[in-house]
Ligand binder design. Structure first.
Ligand code: SF4
Length: 259
């Protein structure tokens, strides 16, 4: 496998105590042409020259209400010195994704899954506890359902076990191309949820949010996002065919500096 780009993201990758070693493994594997580090910009002191030397792009997401302490001018000087392209993106909204109660309408679950760009377009593949999952929701939903007192009654996607099998490639191909929604899709709006304004939650806020009574799933879906899915899928295929670097979404058109 070889791709144009590998993104080191999180959580917050700059919290990793052995980030430089992780980046060395990525570079040594030759898995991608370029390495991008995605950070929320709150830990500038951890962006050491050693980290900058090992990446090609630094992508900084700036969230409202989250203090970040970058000295942008010196960051740009530093990145120029190490040949790293810097992208800054102001993130104001998120799409509502996770639901507190299951979608009952099977056809709606199918629509959510079929239009889910996370599962079908973005390669958000996760490796968790020895198995491959097709999206970032599937392996991590269980603790939330447990807190809601639902997990024992719910089926779970088990992904594809990596070790101890001779049919990994075939199993993966079948799993990734499957038209059948995951059990977790009942608690998820995929990529067609309404936009919600980003807000920082403390422990109390998180607990409250978990037990929020949400409107019916139909009312939480964005009609615009739903209608846009076929066009986005077409664009995605076109991009894949032509290997176009679509950098507009990062808010700053900037070619990565050659290493
Ligand atoms: S749980 Fe289903 S709808 Fe949600 S991200 Fe995963 S595949 Fe998509």
């Amino acid at each position: 496998m070889h791709s144009d780009e590998i993104r080191v993201t999180g959580g917050e990758p700059l919290l990793h105590e052995r980030l430089e070693a992780v980046l060395d493994v990525i570079r040594g594997s030759g898995v991608a042409e370029t390495v991008t580090l995605i950070t929320n910009g709150t830990l500038p002191e951890r962006l050491t020259p050693g980290v900058l030397e090992r990446i090609d792009r630094l992508w900084i997401d700036v969230y409202p209400g989250v203090p970040h302490h970058w000295d942008w001018a010196s960051l740009r000087r530093l990145s120029a010195r190490h040949g790293v392209a810097v992208w800054r993106r102001n993130v104001r909204n998120f799409r509502l994704t996770i639901l507190n109660s299951p979608i009952q309408d099977r056809s709606l679950v199918q629509t959510v899954y079929t239009t889910c760009r996370s599962a079908h377009a973005w390669s958000c593949i996760q490796i968790h506890e020895g198995a491959v999952f097709k999206c970032a929701v599937a392996p991590y939903l269980a603790p939330r359902l447990r807190r809601l007192g639902l997990v024992e009654r719910q089926e779970r996607d088990r992904g594809v076990t990596i070790r101890g099998t001779n049919t990994l490639a075939r199993d993966l191909a079948e799993y990734l191309a499957s038209p059948t929604p995951l059990p977790e899709c009942r608690f998820c709006l995929g990529t067609i949820g309404r936009l919600v304004t980003h807000r920082q939650l403390d422990d109390e806020g998180r607990a409250r949010e978990l037990h929020d009574r949400q409107p019916s799933p139909e009312r939480l879906i964005s009609a615009g996002a739903l209608l846009a899915q076929p066009f986005l899928a077409l664009i995605g295929r076109w991009r894949a065919t032509h290997r176009l670097k679509w950098r507009l979404r990062y808010g700053l058109l900037q070619r990565p500096a050659p290493r």
